[in-house]
Design a protein around this ligand. Structure first.
Ligand SMILES: [Zn+2]
Length: 334
């Protein structure tokens, strides 16, 4: 399992450089002591992805005000930095990030412009939600030569990258919630017992739903399906299903005509009946592969998304399994 990598290392170096010779002292003075926070005012939380914003709302409840940058209906791989992100970060007490480089390309820039050292990685106001998650590594042939890989090398990354879609295993939801609750308690010490309480309540409630979802998926162990992007690997690993292949030959790369023809041929020969894709993927490509193979295309939300009427992680996984379970059932018996 790769160790979580620095998202904001470059930003911290640049910030330190801007502070000049007295950088260390000025920097230390800027970080407020946790006990200095007033317990009465709501904490300003900014989540990079809407899914994490929804979890932060449940754990922080009425002690937090949550803003999100990337909506659940958006493609999180193609985000362009906007000045409004830095405005939100400037006022934030806590930044909740996915990590594993999904925010690569915009978060470092937005943080540099935000001038708020408290929420930089390594400071109390930064949550990397992937801490403690069993991250699936990419094989090098899945990422080499892709924009994602080249961008990572450009900021000093190594070849060993992990799949960033870990929130799609419902079993990781309580790990994410715990990471957020621990940091809320750290930046808002007077309310620490409150956050521990809301987390425990959430974890118990979520655990009950998880048992039910696991039970629903049990009959489909060993089934194979095609996935558009490498998004569903965590969900499928949890339930013992296999990815036959991907529509994207490499991370975020669109398929060529030759690749699509070969995929269609292999799907037909192996009898793969289901294609999983996110709502933001290229619909004509999915429809064409479905048409040629007779497989069912399941277009699924891949995050909490108020635009799609999904407000909480409970709603999200309920919706996911409500679509997935009958489709798997039909594919198994057809
Ligand atoms: Zn991805």
């Amino acid at each position: 399992m790769p160790t979580p990598r620095s998202l904001t290392g470059a930003a911290i170096v640049l910030t330190a450089a801007c502070l000049g010779a007295s950088g260390a002292t000025a920097h230390d003075a800027e970080v407020p002591r946790p006990e200095a926070r007033r317990s009465q005012s709501a904490l300003n939380v900014v989540a990079t992805l809407e899914h994490y914003g929804a979890i932060a709302k449940l754990v922080g409840a009425d002690r937090v005000k949550v803003n999100v940058i990337v909506k659940g209906s958006q493609n999180p791989h193609t985000i362009a930095v906007k000045p409004s992100y830095s405005v939100l970060f400037n006022k934030a007490d806590l930044l909740v990030a996915n990590g594993q480089l999904i925010e690569l390309g915009w978060l470092d820039t937005a943080l540099i412009n935000a001038r708020n050292a408290n929420i930089m990685e390594g400071h109390p106001g930064f949550v990397n939600c992937s801490i403690g998650v069993d991250i699936i590594p990419y094989a090098s042939e899945e990422i080499e030569g892709t924009p994602f890989f080249i961008l990572n090398l450009g900021v000093g990354g190594t070849m060993r990258l992990g799949n960033h879609h870990y929130w799609l295993d419902p079993g990781n939801t309580t790990i994410i919630a715990k990471n957020i609750a621990d940091k809320l308690a750290e930046v808002d010490l007077p309310n620490a017992p409150y956050y521990r309480g809301t987390y425990e309540q959430f974890a118990t409630h979520f655990g009950e739903h998880l048992k039910e979802w696991d039970k629903q998926m049990e009959p489909f162990r060993g089934m194979q399906l095609v996935s558009y992007h490498r998004s569903w690997n965590y969900l499928l690993r949890r339930h013992g299903l296999k990815v036959f292949d991907y529509i994207e030959p490499k991370e975020t790369l669109p398929p060529s005509a030759a690749y699509m023809a070969s995929l269609v041929d292999r799907m037909k020969r192996s009898g793969v009946k289901i294609i999983l894709a996110e709502t933001y993927q290229n619909r004509p490509i999915i429809d064409e592969i479905a048409r040629q193979t007779g497989a069912k295309a399941l277009i699924l939300p891949s995050s909490v998304s108020e635009d799609l009427g999904i407000k909480t992680p409970f709603d999200f996984f309920d919706r996911l399994y409500r679509e997935l379970v009958p489709a798997l059932q039909a594919a198994r018996t057809s």
